[in-house]
Design a protein around this ligand. Structure first.
Ligand code: NAP
Length: 242
């Protein structure tokens, strides 16, 4: 069965990806940074059902920690088949309030992590002449979000990296795609009040907010697919249609 690393697997979309991929029989490493308790709980609950995963703490915004995470994976497994760059943060801020620290934190966590993880994992994929990288970007990288300039830039950067690596790595049978979710019900959106959520639903052709499982279904399809690369697939209920 394939070996999968999910960054930011301790909560939200990443947690759902870890749980479902592990139940499907994939070998999974759940990467977390701050939420150790949650990572252990996921591991223990899966274990109670006879499903085993590895967990590994690493701040993926830091190259040295990314290296340790990938070294850990390659000690466990001979190869890494699937990399899911999911770890991410968002901040709502007006342009004039954004500090250099804010810029660095968001770009490092969302974009540089994706770049570093790819750099570390790709040699193993090249060796095997096979691999799948999935970058969880966002609709806001496609259309821009008001008061989330840096977040939007980071996600657009992930999509550019996806397209660039798809061209570079396609001849080696490594597929690289982005999934650009719309609004998904996770901690990241816990600050959105019910009135705004209803407005978003009203503006969404499918009339609902997304769930992490909606992203998992697309991930599973991309892992199994053999002829899709360099694409930004937006799972958003029709909220953004290009
Ligand atoms: P979430 O519930 O806030 O969870 C974020 C996850 O990222 C947590 O597991 C967190 O781990 C991890 N993380 C953050 N910084 C990290 C770091 N430096 N190193 C390692 N892990 C780190 O967010 P979510 O909604 O599931 O979002 C997952 C991804 O989907 C993000 O990239 C986000 O931008 C994208 N997305 C979300 C939505 C949405 O509406 N929810 C829409 C579009 C795109 P710890 O808690 O352990 O630190």
């Amino acid at each position: 069965m394939k070996n999968v690393i999910v960054t930011g697997g301790s909560r939200g979309i990443g947690k759902c990806l870890v749980e479902n991929l592990a139940k499907e029989g994939y070998n999974v490493i759940l990467n977390y940074n701050k939420s150790e308790k949650s990572a252990r709980k996921i591991q223990n609950e899966l274990k109670e059902n006879g499903v085993f995963i590895e967990i590994f703490k690493a701040d993926v915004s830091k190259k040295a920690e990314v290296k340790k995470l990938v070294e850990f994976a390659l000690k466990k497994w001979e190869s890494i088949d699937v990399l899911i760059n999911n770890a991410g943060i968002a901040k709502l801020q007006m342009l004039q309030d954004i500090t250099e620290e804010d810029w660095n934190e968001i770009i490092d966590t969302n974009l540089k992590s994706t770049f570093y993880m790819s750099q570390e994992v790709v040699p193993s994929m090249l060796h095997k002449k096979s691999g799948c990288i999935i970058n969880i970007s966002s609709i806001w990288g496609m259309v821009g979000a008001s008061c989330e300039a840096v977040y939007s830039i980071s996600k657009a950067g992930m999509d550019a990296l996806t397209k660039s690596l798809a061209k570079e790595l396609g001849p080696s049978n490594i597929r690289v795609n982005s999934i650009a979710p719309g609004v998904i019900d996770t901690d990241m959106n816990s600050n959105i009040d019910e009135k705004i959520k209803q407005e978003i639903k009203n503006e969404t052709p499918l009339g609902k907010i997304g769930r992490p499982i909606d992203i998992y279904k697309c991930v599973k399809w991309l892992i199994e697919d053999e002829f899709t690369t360099g694409q930004v697939i937006s799972v958003n209920g029709g909220y953004v249609i290009n």
